[in-house]
Design a protein around this ligand. Structure first.
Ligand SMILES: [Zn+2]
Ligand SMILES: [Zn+2]
Length: 211
């Protein structure tokens, strides 16, 4: 546990998110965890087209195929059979037994996706759910209610009650309400544990490599 966290493997499973958008997601994660994540490897995992997959099984497959710290982004619905509290919802989850987080794009698409703006919103949501799950990889915990970060947006670890809204409402209120910056509580946790610092943007760009 907590080994190799400075290097994150992002694995795309499916094709809803284009490769260049995947790069954008990688850059967003790198920026939010600047100084902690130093390198991101992007890869594509070819799988048979499935409508849904067991979330825990997917984390175990990814853990076996990739080393260390992994974020899987799948088009398939993430299912969870048990009441494992670590699977906060089937929008995304994190297996407490390894360093693998998974995100499903399935419920993040706007009702219509005919314009660039709607597609951008879809990518933005995927990034925000990814930030939340990668945050769990670093030991950050959910904020039971909404917690603001500097700039006024919600901290990516804000969770809220999914049952209150249903998925569509939850995505609009909580996921869209989140920003890219963590709140002071999360930042001081990261600083205490990992020594948070800020290298130059140029360095960030260079360390984003495709595998
Ligand atoms: Zn969570
Ligand atoms: Zn926070």
């Amino acid at each position: 546990m907590l080994n190799n966290l400075s290097r994150l493997n992002i694995v795309r499973i499916g094709s809803y998110i284009t490769y260049s958008s995947l790069q954008k997601i990688g850059a967003g994660i790198l920026n939010a965890f600047r100084g902690i994540i130093r390198e991101i490897n992007l890869s594509h995992y070819d799988s048979p087209v499935v409508d849904s997959i067991d979330a825990q099984l997917l984390t175990m497959i990814l853990d076996e195929q990739y080393e260390g710290h992994v974020l899987g982004i799948t088009d398939a619905d993430l299912k969870t059979e048990d009441e494992d509290e670590f699977y906060n919802s089937i929008l995304g989850g994190k297996n407490p037994r390894n360093d693998v987080a998974v995100v499903s794009t399935k419920k993040l698409a706007p009702r219509q996706m005919t314009s660039d703006r709607q597609y951008d919103l879809f990518v933005d949501r995927t990034l925000k759910v990814a930030l939340h799950e990668v945050g769990h990889n670093f030991g950050l915990i959910d904020h039971a209610s909404y917690q603001s970060a500097r700039g006024g947006r919600l901290c990516p670890m804000s969770r809220g009650e999914i049952n209150k809204f249903g998925y569509r409402g939850y995505v609009k209120v909580v996921v869209d309400g989140r920003g890219m910056d963590f709140c002071d509580d999360c930042l001081s946790f990261l600083e205490n544990i990992y020594g948070f610092n800020q290298p130059s943007p140029q360095l960030l760009k260079d360390s984003l490599v495709a595998a």
